[in-house]
Design a protein around this ligand. Structure first.
Ligand SMILES: Nc1ncnc2c1ncn2[C@@H]1O[C@H](COP(=O)(O)OP(=O)(O)OP(=O)(O)O)[C@@H](O)[C@H]1O
Ligand code: SF4
Ligand SMILES: [Mg+2]
Length: 307
């Protein structure tokens, strides 16, 4: 189980920037969670915090518990075991980050050599099996090909295969469908839906994709987690005005998003609700920061639900 408790990230420079502000989540074994939110809301930074891959000027606080062990306190050796061995990470634009000089089969099998001491021959054999598992087609030939011959969607799927090759049981994927057409999004969705035992945390702008791959959804806005619940709660009965606006903007709902401005920048000192400038339901007390309310296990940061 992976549990995030009140995780915040601040970049310390001339003016400090709080990129993630008090996020809490529980990822039970085998569960699937999507983080959705607009650009700059802190989604990638949150994922990088779990991998401890942030720049040196980043201060992380809170706890990130892997079966009770705080990753934020892990030393370098333990982090090497965790990265790729227990938690694998497919970065934003991940397909493009495959090494262009190495064949795909070698790259997919590389974590097995690194973490499990498996021979190169065995690892390459296993990688063909993994490409088959994800149904890429003509896998023997693909394993001998270089990444530039793959489409964006194929590279994403190969990256997920690489992610689980050494037995990592928690997969983090940042925007795996970005820039892909509908057909390729469907293939990437299929890839994630083939994972049965692994725990999945996926970042996406695409609520429709989130609904297809995740059981739980965390909605982020301006560094904060504004709503967190099951996919049926979030999509079927959204509580936060931002989530409601976002769901109205789904193509099947006619994209009726009334965009009245941008999220506050980090330089703006917003004391109250960060969505207040765009919210249709803003009231007087929204000039103070709303607390997180619990509505039947469905968490929402909005004054409308505060008791
Ligand atoms: N090294 C850094 N120093 C200062 N601020 C940073 C740094 N890296 C990221 N940020 C800020 O942190 C905020 C959150 O960034 P993040 O990349 O997590 O957004 P995101 O939700 O993933 O957006 P997108 O959907 O565009 O990928 C942004 O406002 C960004 O400017
Ligand atoms: S706290 Fe107020 S401004 Fe913020 S989302 Fe709720 S109603 Fe809107
Ligand atoms: Mg991002």
């Amino acid at each position: 189980m992976l549990e995030l408790k009140n995780v915040s990230v601040e970049f310390i420079s001339a003016s400090s920037v709080r990129a993630v502000d008090g996020v809490s989540m529980v990822l039970r074994d085998g569960s699937r969670t999507a983080i959705v939110g607009e650009t700059g809301s802190g989604k990638s930074i949150l994922m990088l915090s779990i991998m401890r891959l942030l720049a040196s000027n980043a201060a992380i606080s809170g706890e990130i518990l892997l079966d009770g062990e705080d990753i934020l306190k892990a030393d370098r050796k333990r982090l090497q075991q965790i990265r790729g061995g227990i938690i694998s990470y497919v970065p934003q634009g991940g397909g493009a980050s495959m090494n262009p000089l190495l064949k795909v089969g070698f790259q997919v099998g590389e974590p097995l050599m690194e973490h499990r001491g498996v021979s190169r021959r065995e690892a390459e054999k296993k990688s063909i099996g993994l490409l088959k598992f994800f149904n890429l087609g003509d896998e023997e030939r693909l394993a001998k090909s270089y990444p530039h011959t793959f489409s964006g969607g194929m590279r994403q799927r190969a990256m997920v295969a690489m992610g689980i090759s050494a037995g990592a049981r928690i997969i983090l994927a940042d925007e795996p469908t970005k820039g892909l057409d509908e057909k390729r999004v469907a293939l990437v969705t299929d890839t994630f839906n083939r994972l049965k035992d692994e725990t999945l945390l996926v970042v996406t702008h695409d609520m429709t994709f989130a609904q297809k791959v995740a059981q739980d959804i965390c909605v982020m806005y301006a560094s904060q987690q504004v709503e967190y619940g099951t996919a049926s709660q979030i999509i079927g009965d959204p509580l936060h005005p931002y989530t409601r606006d976002m769901i109205s903007a789904m193509p099947e709902n006619g994209m009726k998003y009334d965009d009245r401005g941008f999220a506050p920048s980090h330089e703006e000192d917003v004391k109250g609700c960060r969505y207040s400038q765009r919210c249709h339901e803003c009231m007087e007390k929204c000039s103070e920061m709303p607390p997180v309310a619990d509505v039947n296990g469905h968490k929402v940061r909005c004054w409308k639900y505060a008791v």
